[in-house]
Design a protein around this ligand. Sequence first.
Ligand SMILES: [Zn+2]
Length: 375
Amino acid sequence: MTVLADAATQIFLSDNVSPKPAAIANPNSGSYSRRDLYEERQTPESGIGAFATALIPLGTRLFCEESIILLPDDAGHVELYAAVKKLGKEEQELFWGLAASTKAGKDVEWIDILRRECDEDISSTFNDLVEAHEHAWSIYETNRFTCKSLDGQSKSLGIFPHSARLNHSCSPNVFHRYNPVINRLTIHALRDINIGEELLTSYIDICHPTVVRRQYLKHWGFRCRCSACDSPDDDEDYRRKRIEDLFVKLGKREIKMVKNERNWPVKEYERSLAIVVKCIKLLEKEGMEETDTLGVVYAAGVKLALQIRDKGENGDRGGDIVDMSEEGVEDAVRWAERVVEIQRKCLGEDSKEFVAAGALLEMARRGRVCRAERS
Ligand SMILES: [Zn+2]
C-alpha cells in the first residue's frame, strides 16, 4: 500500500472509532475459493486469469484464502527458499506454478549467505541452487500480498496461490485485502459480474493518473491495457489526478489538525469538509466505489461533520454558537450508512473496517438524536 492509501486509512481508522476485535463475529473462517462461480483459464497476454462462470452478485466473497507462505516484510531470498522447501508437495506445486515476472534485484548479498550455509559437496550444483532461489524470489515478488496485523503496526507478505491468479485492472471489479481477524485474504465482487467477465483486482491504489499508475505497475513488468489506461478520455485522467491531489491535501490537513486539535478553528473543519464533498463527487463519477477511496472519503466526511457539531456545542467560536444545519446532520448519517455498505461489500462483516464503520454510524446517529432533542 502506498503512502496515499496509508494516509487515507489513517483518516478512516484514527481516534475514537477504532474497532473492538473481541466483538467481531467469525462465522466464515474456513479457507475457500468459489470455484462454482469462476474458472481459471489462459489469457492471450496475461498468463492464467480467473473468469466468471455464473452471474456473481455485488458483495459476493469469492476468495477466503489462507497463506501458504507468510514472511516478515524484510525477509530475503534465503528465508523464502527455506519456507518454500518446507511446504508439502501439493503446495510446492502451486507455488512453482505461479507467474514470475519481476526482474532480479540489485541485492546479491544473499548469494554469499547461501554459499556460507551450503555444504562443500554441493558446490557442483551451487549455480542451480542460486537460480532456483532467484526464480522463487521472482514468483514471490510477483504474487505476494501485503498482510497487516490487527493493530496495523506490523506488516508481513503472504502467498495466496489461488487469489494470486487474478490479473490487474485500474478499474477493478473485485477488491482484495488481508483480513487479520480471520487470518485470510478475502476477495469480494465490487459490482455484479457477468458470465465470461475476467475477475480483475487492482495491484495498486487506483486514484493516481495514468502516468503514475504505469510507474507503479512496472514492478510487475507489464503495461496495463485496462479501460482506464487505454481510454482516450482525458477528463477521466484529469479527475483521477484531482482525486489524488485532494487526497494528499486532506491527509496533510488531517495531520495538522491532529497536532493542533484544541485550537483548530471550525472554519478549518469546514474547509476540509468542502474538500471531502468535492472528492465524493469525483469518485462517484469515476465509479471508484471501494474501501480505500470512496469508503475512506465518506468516513472522513462523517467525522468532520461530527467534529464541526462538537466544536459548535463546546462554543469554540467564542459565543458564536455553531450549529450544524439539519442537512449537515442528515449528510453525516447518510454518509456513515454508505461507509457501512462499502465495507460490507468490499471486506465483509467479519472485518475490523466493517465494525469501525458500524461505530461511526452509531456516532452519526447520536448526532441526529442530539439535534432532535435540542429542537
Ligand atoms: Zn490500467
